[in-house]
Design a protein around this ligand. Structure first.
Ligand code: DQA
Length: 148
């Protein structure tokens, strides 16, 4: 069975109460449950991890090679700052899809640059929590095309 790592960065544990006008009221637990449920139907197993700590996220990506077939990653604020996460994704060699709940390109200028997206297969943003499910579909189609 293919294994997917679902990784969420800083402040995403606060989903549900965090700026609901931007991020909605769905909690991270709900998102993880939805992804796990959808993954089952595709024959994928999902492990989920959230951290506010850049090094913990980099280490989790670093351990992914040979264990996970794909990564769904919302690096949150580290998207815009982290060369370390860019390098970790590249080093892991594991196909990674970047997800943002909000449309970062419609927000403050400092959110318009992603340091991590260039290390990923692609980026999905602006579709709310459904973005995680779209990322799962993207990994599934990569797998079907034998690209992972
Ligand atoms: C976010 C967008 C980032 O700019 C922000 O720092 C986040 C969440 C999103 O999912 O929309 O924490 O990654």
């Amino acid at each position: 069975m293919k294994k997917i790592l679902l990784l969420n960065g800083p402040n995403l544990a606060l989903l549900g109460t965090r700026e609901p006008d931007i991020y909605g009221r769905v909690t991270l637990d709900d998102i993880v449950a939805r992804v796990k449920d959808a993954a089952k139907g595709k024959g994928f197993e999902v492990d989920a991890f959230q951290s506010d700590v850049e090094g913990e996220l980099a280490a989790a990506i670093g351990r992914a090679r040979g264990v996970y077939d794909g990564i769904i990653l919302n690096p949150a604020a580290y998207t815009h700052t982290s060369v370390a996460l860019h390098d970790a994704i590249k080093a892991s060699g594991v196909p990674t899809i970047e997800v943002h709940i909000s449309n970062v390109y419609a927000r403050e200028g400092y959110r318009h640059e992603s340091l991590t997206a260039g290390a990923c297969v692609g980026q999905i943003c602006g579709f709310g929590p459904d973005g995680y499910l779209l990322a799962l579909a993207a990994l599934s189609s990569l797998g079907a095309n034998r690209q992972f």
